[in-house]
Design a protein around this ligand. Sequence first.
Ligand SMILES: Cc1cc2nc3c(=O)[nH]c(=O)nc-3n(C[C@H](O)[C@H](O)[C@H](O)COP(=O)(O)OP(=O)(O)OC[C@H]3O[C@@H](n4cnc5c(N)ncnc54)[C@H](O)[C@@H]3O)c2cc1C
Length: 390
Amino acid sequence: MRTQVAIVGAGPAGLLLGALLNRAGIDNLIIEQRSADYVLARIRAGVLEQTTVDLLDEAGVGERLHREGLPHGGIELSFAGMRHRIDFRAHTGKQVTVYGQTEVTRDLMQAREEAGLDTVYNADEVSVHDFDGTSPRVRYRLDGEPVEVDCDFIAGCDGFHGVCRASVPPSALHVFERAYPFGWLGLLSQTPPVSHELIYSSHPRGFSLCSMRSPTRSRYYLQCPLDDRAENWSDDAFWDELRRRIDPAAAQALVTGPSLEKSIAPLRSFVAEPMRFGRLFLAGDAAHIVPPTGAKGLNLAASDVGLLSRALADHYAGSDAGIDSYSERCLRRVWRAERFSWWFTSLMHQFPENGEFGHRMQMAELDYLVGSAAASTVLAENYVGLPLER
Ligand SMILES: Cc1cc2nc3c(=O)[nH]c(=O)nc-3n(C[C@H](O)[C@H](O)[C@H](O)COP(=O)(O)OP(=O)(O)OC[C@H]3O[C@@H](n4cnc5c(N)ncnc54)[C@H](O)[C@@H]3O)c2cc1C
């Protein structure tokens, strides 16, 4: 079998890349180890930067997003029992769109199917070969039968635990990592959100986030110990703890209901450099992870493949300048998002090891942040997303 670009992984990075390449007339095949239903059942990100919305429009899958996505012109920060709004539109003229990653994935999968493009699901033993030469290959097994795909390029869009980054010789990789001493316990419920915008709450009992997926579906998070387990939390225990961590007005307005899903995600900052090895390109979580506080994971994946699709289109049009600078251009944006995500995480969470002094520093910074137009602008500018290239 032969294709121009073999894409490993049908998460948002792989599916969006496939759609953008198709628009550019570049043949591609997506190879995914899980079933489509499994991929769609994963509950993850929900905040889209304008750059991501623009890329989804460019890929031709923005119609439902514009109909059902919720434009948000700000967020609220809650601390010391009070809520303070950071007005994105006033500070930057921009907004974000709340639209679940599951829905982005569903739209991309559906568009791919309608366009008759090939996606291999349930591929076993996926492996990548010869990407340091001119004829890379991807091998896998389907229903026990071996398959080999010859291609011009491999796009490693296979997430943090994927095979692509793991296939690069360790000596060629430089890895930067920080693990945080806590996780996020998330709960999804078919209940109206407590507020029409997200509430980020700093509280002595731990951080919490009131988020949403739609006007009738809410997503809430609690900072929890790393060794905690979702099974330890009844729905009632979750709602009681959330009420303690948010301001009294929000606690009173909170509508609770049975959980549709509960899970714990550890928080991590991670970057692997470079993002290109010969004819293998890494994109999205395969190359970098951010703690979800800054809502950047999905957006970074989208901007990586936005740059990669243009670079590959330029290659087929006769210029390799884009693929030669892909890694450098992505990493500049990645490190800015890493910095913002690390800073916002450090500001909002409880770090008992930092003691009372550390807590007072956080409170002083939050006080400054909501009282200073300059500081609020810095938060707003980073949250809505920096331009694709600057
Ligand atoms: C539990 C959780 C919660 C999150 N919450 C948020 C959030 O609230 N906000 C936010 O901004 N971000 C969040 N993120 C991050 C965000 O979801 C990711 O950044 C985003 O999914 C990255 O997309 P991706 O396509 O790069 O990787 P993924 O979504 O991980 O997709 C990779 C795909 O590759 C497939 N794959 C893996 N290995 C192989 C292989 N060997 N062969 C073939 N296919 C393979 C996987 O099955 C998967 O479908 C969360 C992530 C997790 C894990």
